[in-house]
Ligand binder design. Structure first.
Ligand code: SF4
Length: 415
């Protein structure tokens, strides 16, 4: 299972000492350092455990001031990395003259409301005298916590870590995966399993839910629903099996978390005294840092669709898709049946199309986003919010298909 990490990036001009700073933290030559400008051709990534902060992902980025065609490409990439960072460390060599690059980074930090710390890398102690000059050239920079050090001097390592720990407010644990879980209560995970289900393990959302419930001293129990039987002309056999499963426990399950594609069955079969929600809703609430309300509000755009409109189905990974895949078969066919003439298009994979291109869509239906980091998902959602296009989620959509009552039911545990 992917560990949730704080994303910390080093940004600045070429040769400001970003790579040396990264090496200082990782205690190894993660990044090649050299006085040749532009040595860091692409972003270097290091995974590490920082004492006091836990798992982190460190990004050593290319200098933003390279003026060439390649430099422009690097700049776009670096700014994308910045969007995904929880903490931006602006590395400044105060002995240099022009601070346009630092100003650009600072502008982005403020626009994206990122946390930022400033590190003045002093190649010579006497350069400390230039710090005031930098702060006078970039207005408000002096309001941010700063540290002066020499990035190639190992003795500054603990000072740097203490500086980060003192000023950085980790948001990693802000949102609970399943905030409604209570100690000693029973929770059912409905995991139908199909040809896409990999052998030997649960999918990430299922494993996360099981771990979370157990960690919180409650009891997870999984049920494999036979969806083929439940949807057949004789569903009673599976219905009886499901009812018998629920009845065997001394205490009533407090909630059932289901695979979203089983909502057509679960919305009817789960007794009213048991709360019901879906893995996809759980993941999008968690990954978006608690912004489920945006996805709930977005579903109302379905009511306004008319022929010629376009809907985008977005998945954050490129898993192998079988015939009855939820993203490229099940959801599109439901939309086409309900709204003839509405076009459905796809964006599968980690990278998203440009905001300009997205403007053609009336609605975006996004998967749970379980295979990308929360930071990447949040950066993606922030971009989407800027376009103003409504966005909803697989779990919300598949519940909405079952009617308003089913939708309210799956949303209720979260608010
Ligand atoms: S990232 Fe999206 S499409 Fe890929 S496995 Fe997770 S929920 Fe499914």
């Amino acid at each position: 299972m992917e560990i949730i990490r704080d994303h910390i990036g080093f940004f600045g001009k070429m040769n400001s000492g970003k790579s040396s700073l990264m090496n200082l933290l990782t205690q190894q030559e993660t990044s090649i350092t050299d006085i040749t400008p532009g040595t860091t051709a692409d972003t270097k990534v290091a995974l590490q455990e920082l004492h006091g902060l836990g798992p982190v992902k460190l990004f050593d980025t290319a200098g933003l001031d390279e003026s060439s065609e390649l430099g422009n490409k690097k700049r776009a990439k670096v700014l994308n990395v910045l969007k995904e960072c929880d903490l931006v460390i602006l590395v400044i060599d105060p002995s240099t003259k022009n601070f346009d690059t630092e100003s650009l980074i600072f502008e982005q930090v403020r626009e994206l409301d990122k946390q930022m710390l400033v590190v003045y890398n002093l190649f010579n102690k006497a350069h400390s005298a230039f710090v005031g000059n930098v702060e006078s050239q970039i207005s408000n920079l002096g309001l941010y916590p700063s540290l002066e050090l020499n990035a190639v001097d190992n003795s500054f390592r603990s000072l740097l870590i203490d500086f980060i720990l003192k000023h950085y407010d980790s948001k990693k644990n802000q949102v609970e995966l399943l905030p409604f879980v209570e100690r000693d209560k029973l929770y059912v995970l409905n995991i139908p399993m199909d040809d896409e289900t990999p052998p030997g393990r649960f999918l990430r959302p299922q494993a996360m839910a099981e771990e979370y419930i157990t960690r919180h001293w409650a009891y997870p129990v999984s049920y494999r629903m036979d969806l083929n039987c439940a949807r057949s002309s004789n569903p009673q056999k599976e219905k009886d099996r499901f009812d018998a499963f629920l009845d065997q426990f001394k205490q009533r399950p407090a909630a059932i978390i289901t695979d979203s594609q089983a909502m057509d069955i679960m919305s009817k079969w789960v007794p009213g005294d048991i709360a019901l929600t879906t893995f996809s809703i759980m993941m999008i609430n968690f990954g978006s840092n608690g912004r489920l309300i945006d996805f709930y509000n977005g579903i109302s755009a379905m009511n306004d669709l008319k022929p010629g409109d376009k809907v985008l189905i977005a998945e954050a990974c490129n898993h192998s898709r079988i015939q009855e895949d939820i993203g490229n078969v099940q959801i599109p066919s439901k939309i086409k049946a309900l709204y003839p003439g509405v076009d459905v298009e796809f964006n599968f994979g980690r990278e998203f199309q440009s905001n300009e291109n997205l403007k053609q869509y009336k609605l975006i239906i996004h998967c749970g986003g379980c295979m990308i980091s929360n930071q990447k998902l949040q950066a993606r959602l922030r971009e989407l919010r800027n376009t103003g296009i409504p966005i909803t989620n697989y779990g919300v959509f598949l519940s909405w298909l079952q009617g308003e009552k089913a939708l309210q039911r799956v949303i209720k545990p979260w608010f």
